[in-house]
Design a binder for this molecule. Structure first.
Ligand SMILES: C[S@@+](CC[C@H](N)C(=O)[O-])C[C@H]1O[C@@H](n2cnc3c(N)ncnc32)[C@H](O)[C@@H]1O
Length: 310
């Protein structure tokens, strides 16, 4: 595990209106969350440090481990995007690099490039990078592929950061459209983008507690980020991509979150030593209330495969 940690960070409120108008969360806001402490995340994520919804084979099987379900999720998105037979793959929002390592080590993809806005994530990926893996500390908005483009693109759990809060629907769709235009420009005809993102539930009625919990998550945990409506994602992709498959795996996220929460509670003493009581309590609240949101379908988990048809 990297030692690139920020010891005992005080929980900070949202950085405020610093977000670039329609470009989503700033690097400062991303680092507010992801640079808390690598060692803290390692206490409760699975061993690959995958920090997004897993894919369980059978939700009714209590013996399936988080590790197995995270591997299944990566495999699913790799297959959907056809990255397993690709020469060059882009991972937009690569986190601590589990997908990049899998592409290189299991599928022998010669070149896998990851983008992140988190300095500690980039440092850890570099430390563990097998040959062919490159990580860049840059937003997709500034990314310029070195050798022309990619055969496949995957983005897992980053799209939620691509539009700042407070935008109109039209402005959000415009921000998403820019993302899809870039991806389409980097892919050949027939190339695929596998996207996983949280989405707002399609039929949400929230009580006051749920609204308060959602505001807490947006302000204290994921500042400058906004969860898209599924229709906004699809609208933003129009004229760039056709949709090949779409699934809503909300129950898979509530199980993932509850497992993270269980692991954090089990390792609470170590967590408090690393990041302090207040941050630990904030994460406990965030993980358990987010699980409730997925259970009650305030939130959905979309896995969408896009294909560039012309
Ligand atoms: C929830 S993490 C997901 C990480 C990884 N995909 C996983 O499944 O574990 C979100 C990631 O998106 C990255 N990110 C957010 N906005 C970005 C942007 N504009 N450009 C590139 N990466 C971004 C963050 O730095 C972080 O690595």
């Amino acid at each position: 595990m990297s030692t690139a940690t920020t010891a005992h960070p005080a929980p900070r409120p949202a950085p405020g209106p610093a977000a670039v108008a329609n470009q989503g969360a700033t690097a400062e806001a991303i680092q507010h969350h992801y640079d808390v402490s690598d060692d803290f995340y390692a206490l409760w994520l699975d061993s690959s440090l995958t920090y997004t919804c897993a894919l369980y084979q059978d939700l009714a099987d209590p013996d399936e481990t988080l590790e197995q379900a995270q591997r299944r999720k990566l495999h699913h998105l790799i297959e959907e995007s056809r990255a397993d037979s690709a020469r060059r793959v882009l991972d937009i929002g690569c986190g601590w690099g589990s997908l990049l390592r899998r592409l290189a080590e299991v599928h022998e993809v010669p070149r896998a490039v990851g983008l992140t806005l988190s300095a500690t994530q980039a440092a850890l990926v570099r430390e563990q990078a097998p040959p062919g893996v490159e990580v860049r500390l840059e937003p997709w908005q500034e990314h310029r592929p070195e050798d022309g483009g990619y055969d496949a693109i995957i983005s897992i759990g980053a799209f939620e950061h691509f539009a700042a809060p407070g935008l109109s629907r039209t402005e959000r769709v415009a921000a998403y459209r820019e993302f899809f235009e870039r991806c389409a420009g980097w892919l050949p005809r027939g190339g695929r983008l596998a996207l996983q993102t949280n989405v707002k539930g399609n039929n949400v009625v929230m009580d006051r507690t749920a609204v308060r919990d959602q505001l807490f998550i947006m302000e204290m945990i994921f500042p400058e980020s906004e969860i898209p409506a599924l229709s906004e994602v699809i609208h933003g992709s129009e004229r760039q991509f056709d949709v090949v498959s779409l699934r809503n795996d909300a129950p898979h996220y509530s199980r993932t979150l509850r497992e993270w929460h269980r692991r954090l509670v089990t390792r609470r003493t170590e967590a408090v030593a690393l990041v302090g009581e207040e941050t630990t309590a904030h994460y406990e609240r965030y993980l358990s209330s987010a699980a409730d949101h997925f259970d009650r379908r305030h939130l959905g988990l979309a896995r969408i495969t896009f294909e560039k048809v012309r």
